[in-house]
Design a protein around this ligand. Structure first.
Ligand code: SF4
Length: 367
């Protein structure tokens, strides 16, 4: 059951969200146990492979170039340094790596070729690879899929009604198109939202309704609490209560029984008891590591301690879908062949300029 037919209207979902909290958690926990192993929680790592300098104006985001925040812009990481981070993340227990680039959209250039190589490399480490790179076309999605991409993240963030209060540089429809392109390429979809941006409860329900109306709802739904960052338009937003996170997680779990609900940004503001209720209510993934792109996140060992206390076990990679097969990328193959030929030509030219046995003339200088 991808979508719960009992709650496929706005009214029914809103009533569900407003249920007495413990009843809501109990209902969510019951559904969760039917579709998932309640002890399993996936540890995922989120790596910012290209940071800051983004031309978009998402009101919550410290990486937007137009806001004056503490984020230092960095160009795309090298393939080798990403793979090193991936190996570390795996060593620390992560079975999924999400790579985020602060781009408006994917462009067909050398940077994208490098991302393709990153995807190939991380897939070869037997980790689920997820990317969040902004808008993308169907062809670009296909290239990522062939590289071994497991999931593509593209959040709707909030309801269609509240969306314009948050972002003006791209339409809700653009986001739906990108999600559609990932789907058409056969990539698993990760898409969710942020609560605590000044939206009404109806907007949280509106976000879930957008997923309800899809032919195939996302396999993965991250629920974030706003991390208000100085310099962004949302810097002054009051932090939400953790009870609201628990309600949102539980409502999402009940509405989309098969999807993985991810407890994402904002975990540092929750205590262990609050997080425990989220796991009880159906969250089965957290992001591990001390940074979530650019905002703080609990440290690995704090999470390991929490897992021990709550009796949670880390979920293995590809428990929810087969490992994608990496295929050769014709663009990269052609580029490498060109580079090889160029190197050969250069070596040949050097040889001609300096034939074998050539001894430079000795020059004696007189002091
Ligand atoms: S959320 Fe993404 S698209 Fe929006 S400003 Fe930040 S980096 Fe850019």
């Amino acid at each position: 059951m991808k979508v719960n037919p009992q709650y496929n209207t706005k009214e029914a979902l809103l009533d569900l969200y407003n249920k007495p909290l413990l009843e809501l958690v109990f209902e969510a926990a019951t559904i969760h146990r039917q579709y998932h192993n309640p002890r399993e929680v996936q540890m995922s790592s989120l790596l910012s492979i290209k940071t800051g300098g983004c031309p978009e104006d998402c009101g919550y985001c410290p990486q937007a170039a137009r806001y004056h925040t503490d984020v230092d812009a960095h160009k795309l990481m090298t393939v080798e340094s990403v793979l090193e981070q991936a190996r570390n993340a795996k060593k620390n227990g992560s079975s999924r790596l999400c790579m985020g680039a602060a781009w408006r959209e994917v462009r067909d250039n050398k940077d994208f070729d490098n991302v393709i190589e990153m995807v190939q490399g991380v897939n070869a480490l037997d980790m689920e690879v997820c990317c969040t790179l902004g808008m993308m076309s169907e062809d670009q999605a296909k290239r990522l899929k062939d590289a071994g991409l497991f999931a593509y993240n593209h959040n709707l963030d909030t309801s269609a009604d509240y969306y314009d209060d948050v972002i003006s540089t791209r339409e809700y429809e653009d986001r739906l198109n990108t999600i559609d392109n990932a789907r058409k390429a056969g990539i698993s979809v990760c898409s969710g939202g942020i609560i605590g941006m000044g939206e009404a409860v109806e907007d949280r329900i509106g976000l879930l309704m957008s997923y309800m109306q899809m032919e195939n709802p996302p396999e993965s739904i991250p629920i974030n609490a706003l991390v208000a960052v100085e310099g962004t338009p949302m810097a002054e937003q009051k932090p939400i209560e953790q009870w609201e996170m628990i309600r949102m997680v539980a409502t999402t779990r009940i509405a989309f029984p098969e999807s993985v609900v991810r407890l994402s940004a904002g975990r540092t503001k929750m205590n262990m008891e609050g997080q425990a209720l989220c796991f009880m209510a159906g969250a089965s993934s957290i992001f591990a590591g001390d940074k979530l792109l650019t905002t703080p996140n609990p440290e690995y060992n704090e999470d390991q301690e929490m897992f021990k206390i709550l009796g949670l076990i880390p979920k293995e990679a590809f428990a929810d879908g087969e490992k994608p097969v990496t295929k050769e990328d014709p663009i990269i193959v052609a580029r490498k062949e060109k580079e090889r030929q160029r190197a050969e030509e250069l070596a040949e030219a050097r040889k001609k300029a300096k034939p074998e046995g050539f001894q430079p003339r000795k020059v004696t200088t007189v002091e």
